[in-house]
Design a protein. Structure first.
Length: 326
């Protein structure tokens, strides 16, 4: 294991991530979109690390199935834009409340909910269902690979800093407002991929406490880099083989940096998810590069506004009210 500052790199986990990506690498030369969907299915395994007990590893296919259902749900909601905006806002509140209970709930917030947002860009069709099935298949494969690793003693794991009670409800409302705003702007302006900015919001925003605004900024920078890398990668019109190699590197790196304190992992998940979105685009990448960049910046801006600026302003107002009460 190599560590410098807040960045942790584990070569063993890089190798495991590459092993997770083997089916994607093999399929990519024939069907890049299916290969990318398979890689989305292994993301929960790479992102959550390898649970100490085999029984706990059963969460991998469960999360993969939920991610697939998120994609299908988003594609279905896109048929009714007004309903889609409202549903994304409500789901954000529910997902944020679930995240306080379990590690799996946090992954649902970080992976499943963004796929609902991304799904707004996919027309509901047999192709969408095929991609969803590939995601499930990828998660089952990752689970089977994880079962091959021996069990070990469960080490102490510091719980993620999560707000509770009213603070968590406020966060969910702000997350819903940001995602709903992004979706509404997308539908109103008729952009090609409504889910791009919406997904960016849902990938960036996380609960913050006190003065931890820098965490939101760091995550926003990571997602922005991943989104721009995906847009730039599409601009090169890579072959299926190159896409397969990109998948292997991205999943491997995601596994290797999983324990880092720096927010680098979202760059790899964003790259894969948005590359999947771009692989289904009918427009030439060069014609849409600027639009995708602007949509990414919009999503990041909304996430920072609702996820960092508004909570900071609320924190400033509370002491003022307390002083007045005294």
């Amino acid at each position: 294991m190599a560590a410098r500052g807040g960045l942790t790199w584990r070569w063993s986990r890089f190798g495991l991530g590459v092993l997770y990506a083997v089916p994607s690498v093999a399929v990519a030369p024939f069907d890049p979109a299916v290969a990318l969907a398979l890689s989305i299915g292994v993301l929960p395994a790479a992102a959550m690390g390898l649970p100490a007990r085999r029984r706990a590893r059963s969460a991998i296919p469960v999360l993969g199935t939920l991610v697939a259902l998120g994609l299908v749900l988003g594609a279905t909601l896109a048929l009714a834009p007004i309903l889609a905006v409202l549903a994304v806002a409500v789901l954000a509140v529910l997902a944020s409340m679930l995240a306080a209970r379990e590690r799996a709930g946090q992954l649902a917030l970080t992976l499943v909910l963004p796929m609902v947002g991304i799904g707004l860009s996919f027309p509901l069709s047999s192709t969408t269902l095929l991609l969803a099935g590939a995601i499930v298949a990828g998660s089952v494969y990752a689970w089977l690979i994880a079962l091959l690793w021996p069990e070990r003693g469960a080490g102490a794991r510091a719980p993620a800093a999560m707000p509770k009670g009213r603070a968590l409800l406020v966060y969910g409302i702000l997350l819903g407002a940001a995602a709903g705003t992004a979706a509404a702007i997308g539908f109103a302006t008729g952009v090609e991929h409504v889910g791009w900015a919406t997904g960016t919001v849902l990938l960036v925003m996380r609960p913050v406490r006190g003065q931890l605004v820098l965490r939101s900024v760091g995550r926003a920078a990571s997602v922005l880099l991943g989104a721009l890398a995906a847009a730039g990668f599409a601009l090169l019109s890579p072959s299926g083989m190159v896409i397969g190699l990109g998948i292997g590197v991205a999943v491997g790196c995601l596994g290797a940096v999983q324990q880092s304190r720096w927010y680098v992992a979202p760059a790899f998940t964003t790259f894969l998810v948005l590359t999947l979105l771009l692989s289904t685009s009918a427009e030439p990448p060069a014609e849409r590069f600027l639009e995708r960049t602007l949509e990414t910046l919009l999503g990041v801006a909304l996430a920072l506004f609702f996820g960092a600026l508004v909570p900071a302003l609320l924190a400033i107002r509370r002491p003022v009210r307390a002083d007045v009460a005294e």
